[in-house]
Design a protein around this ligand. Structure first.
Ligand code: ANZ
Ligand code: ZN
Length: 802
């Protein structure tokens, strides 16, 4: 009988659908396992071969967990708000709702075709009002707890998408989505205070089983920095310039100060500043630059000295000039720095360019006139008054003590993390459920009015100046104030795409609940997510945002755990055949439909797991796909050499070793080596010329999570009862996994004389004894003196004689 993948796969997918085989159970006395993969954005391109890599991996783990007796929740849904759909809708004059429906239908067809064991009864869609009702509810709670505020601020503005972007969405100065130039624009925006959670987002990583590089990236993104704030008097004024520094030990070497071009003192002291024209010109130029451009290290430093103002270094009373430069950001620390050119790279470049003094205060490096000395771990302070002679670390704490005592400075912790820009001036997102009243300010709409639905609109293009399309929905926009009843206007901004994905794993648990986002009992049982796999590109965005929301929900008693995900892993990218990124423009995109049509879903799944180490990026190989199809055909044809009976005694060790290898490898996501172990097992069976039903059954169980259709079909064809899904995962006997016998080479003075077979668990002394009583060896050692016997366990014994 020929292996007919397409027929078999359709048959089993129908059975699983009809029986709801993978629906999570309701028995809460059973141990649970919540497996999660990142739900896709249903784009018009359909599933990319990258999606199924992570999906297959967690599908394998969930299928194995079910066989191990766990009650498994493995859900799927759609992260469906967002720009690509909206842009496509505008271009093709189709409503985004329709575009979304069509795309979801296609994605769902593809995911079903691949045989994932999703519990489809838990499906969620972020654009469904019954879903975004709760996204809006969470926003309202954030607002009511003072964690949402609106402020005018320079935002990253994409000139292509005509939309504000979070810092995370700007990559190398261009829009992450469309590649257009990103400029700075003043806009009034809703912000979420994720910064209030910065320390907890770092601390709580400790108890989590995230792969190390994810933890490191999260920590770097939050960017905790310990230092001090120091006040510098402005000569002849009451105000002081406050700076943030991580190196207050270098205060004696601060030879000038730099304010960010946006610093409020520039406006305040404009009458004292003699060169205000030049200053204004510089400010205008800086405003056009994105933060990325301003931070670039390679770029030549620019700046203007504020003539007429001088600061006083608080530790030595020296007057120092005040400059402005765009390398100092208004959004970090205090927006002002003390410059120590001898020991800071950027300050050094700036000082060299403008001829400012460079004074060494830490010795141990080269001449500071030639380069900044920054690697100061072992440095000792010089030219620094009471700090002279101290090591850097001690000098920092001595200086902080001094500053605090004198009242001119204090210890301070800063974070790189910024508040989350939560407004978008676009149509296809969740409406922000607030009303603006001239008397009452921002007023939340009553919770029983949720969901606040998006108005039906024909023209949903953004306005000329990047205004939100909802501005044009007059009937929707104009309303009354929920507090005082006077005329009021709804917020017309919508939420960013990150909103719906910040809590979707909660809704999966109880997707039809109309009273709460998910029921308490169910949350208690299913949380936290036990294993979450997703892309590295989501480490600093989605993962951080959703941890923040979850912590907030924990604080208000809406969820029972501090953290959403216990374990986080990440898969490598699948590249084009020639090792480049797959992209439309390169024409190297592999369509899962084509692969499944030609080879079948089981081959596709097996190949994606066999392609290479799971956490590494790997190029696609059509040759490799064919190899995996060959492997499955060889599995299929084992039926032809099958005989009755259980595991043969001589094959026990082989079978138990395979069970152990596959079990452990799946748990460690070493899917490629698990498959390799099964490949070598079937090679061995062909070499032996037969396989028993017992042996084949174990192989089918082990292969089932990877290739579920072919294995179920064979399971029933060879006459097994039930389905593999209903069986227990095979267990191995450790004693049977060790090689029972090994061959030992016997040498005399390094020359091979004999080979013997011994039990594998013998000690060195026992092996030595066996060697010495061997008849051949006896002949060679007779009448000689044995000087030394060297035993290499499991390999050889060398007898040195004279
Ligand atoms: C004096 C100094 C001397 C500094 C020295 C460094 C080395 P992290 O670790 O990233 O927190 N800085 C402070 N605010 C800034 C701003 N708004 N824009 C640009 N730079 C700013 O870096 C803190 C250091 O970055 C601070 O310590 C300050 O320079 C600079 F040998 O102060 B330092
Ligand atoms: Zn009002």
């Amino acid at each position: 009988m020929q292996y007919n993948a397409s027929e078999i796969e359709k048959k089993w997918q129908k059975i699983w659908d009809e029986n709801e085989t993978y629906k999570a159970g309701t028995d809460m006395s059973k141990p649970k396992f919540y497996g999660l993969v990142e739900f896709p954005y249903p784009s018009g391109h359909g599933l990319h071969v990258g999606h199924p890599r992570g999906y297959t991996a967690i599908d394998i783990i969930c299928r194995k967990k079910r066989m191990e007796g766990y009650n498994v929740l493995f859900p799927m849904g759609w992260d469906a708000f967002g720009l690509p759909t909206e842009n496509y809708a505008i271009k093709n004059k189709i409503h985004p709702k329709i575009v979304t429906e069509n795309n979801i239908a296609n994605f769902k067809r593809q995911l079903k075709m691949l045989g994932f064991s999703f519990d489809w009864s838990k499906e969620v869609n972020t654009t469904d009002p019954n879903y975004y009702k709760w996204t809006q509810w969470i926003f309202l709670q954030l607002f009511k707890h003072g964690l949402a505020y609106k402020t005018k601020m320079p935002i990253n503005y994409c000139t292509g998408c005509k939309v504000g972007l979070a810092n995370e969405e700007v990559v190398n100065g261009v829009c992450e989505r469309c590649g257009s130039e990103v400029i700075q624009k003043e806009k009034s925006q809703w912000m979420l205070k994720i910064t209030e959670y910065a320390q907890r987002l770092i601390d709580d990583l400790d108890g989590l089983d995230y792969i190390e590089k994810v933890k490191i990236q999260q920590k770097n993104w939050i960017g905790r920095s310990e230092g001090a704030e120091v006040d510098f008097a402005i000569d002849g004024c009451d105000d002081k310039i406050r700076v943030y520094t991580t190196r207050c030990d270098t205060l004696f070497g601060a030879t000038y100060m730099v304010l960010s071009p946006e610093h409020p003192y520039i406006e305040k002291y404009k009458d004292k500043i003699k060169n205000m024209d030049a200053v204004k010109e510089y400010q205008a130029a800086a405003a056009k630059k994105s933060e990325f451009e301003r931070c670039e290290l390679v770029k030549e430093k620019t700046g203007v000295c504020l003539e007429g103002l001088e600061a006083i270094n608080p530790v030595n009373g020296k007057k120092i000039p005040i400059w402005i430069s765009d390398y100092v950001l208004v959004t970090y620390g205090t927006g002002a720095i003390m410059a120590v050119p001898a020991h800071d790279e950027r300050d050094w470049e700036f000082a060299k360019k403008f001829g400012l003094p460079i004074i060494e205060v830490v010795s141990g490096g080269e001449d500071v006139q030639k380069a900044a000395f920054t690697d100061v771990a072992d440095g000792v302070l010089v030219n620094s008054g009471f700090l002279t002679g101290k090591r850097v670390k001690d000098a920092i704490s001595a200086m902080i003590d001094y500053l605090e005592e004198k009242g001119i400075g204090k210890r301070k912790v800063n974070y790189k993390l910024r508040d989350w820009v939560f407004s978008r001036q676009r149509y296809w997102g969740e409406p922000i459920p607030l009303v603006h009243c001239d008397d009452c300010g921002w007023v939340p709409i009553p919770e029983d009015e949720l969901p606040l639905k998006l108005p039906e609109m024909k023209d949903f293009e953004p306005g000329e100046n990047g205004e939100s399309p909802l501005n044009k929905a007059e009937d929707w926009k104009n309303t009354v104030c929920p507090k005082c009843g006077k005329k009021a206007v709804r917020e017309t901004d919508t939420m960013p795409q990150w909103a719906g994905s910040s809590w979707y794993f909660l809704r999966y648990i109880d997707p039809a609940n109309n009273d709460v986002l998910a029921g308490k009992e169910l949350l208690k049982y299913w949380l936290p997510v036990d294993w979450y796999n997703g892309g590295m590109e989501h480490t600093t965005l989605h993962l951080l945002y959703s941890r923040f929301w979850h912590k907030f929900l924990y604080d208000i008693g809406a969820v029972p755990t501090k953290e959403p995900y216990q374990k986080r892993t990440s898969h490598g990218m699948i590249l084009g055949e020639n090792n480049e990124k797959m992209s439309k423009s390169r024409g190297n995109v592999v369509n899962p439909d084509d692969i499944v049509n030609e080879f079948g879903a089981d081959t596709f799944r097996t190949y994606e797991m066999f392609i290479g180490a799971f956490d590494q990026s790997t190029p696609w190989s059509q040759q490799g796909v064919r190899g995996c199809r060959k492997f499955l055909e060889r599995v299929w044809n084992l039926q032809d050499i099958m005989t009755d009976g259980g595991i043969r005694p001589e094959n026990e060790s082989l079978v138990h070793k395979m069970i152990k290898k596959v079990t452990e490898d799946i748990d460690r996501m070493k899917f490629n080596t698990a498959i390799a172990a099964m490949m070598s097992f079937i090679n061995e069976m062909y070499a032996q010329g037969s396989v028993t039903k017992g042996e084949l059954s174990v192989l089918l169980q082990l292969l089932n999570p990877t290739a579920p259709h072919i294995t179920e079909e064979m399971w029933s064809l060879i006459g097994n009862e039930k389905t593999i899904d209903e069986t227990k995962w095979p267990v191995y006997d450790e004693a049977k996994t060790v090689d029972s016998e090994v061959e030992i080479v016997l040498q005399i003075n390094g020359k091979i004389k004999e080979k013997i077979t011994v039990a594998a668990n013998l000690s060195d002394d026992e092996i030595k004894a066996k060697a010495l009583e061997n008849d051949v060896i006896k002949v060679f050692t007779d009448g000689k003196t044995i000087v030394k016997v060297i035993v290499v366990k499991g390999k050889l014994v060398n007898i040195v004689v004279k």
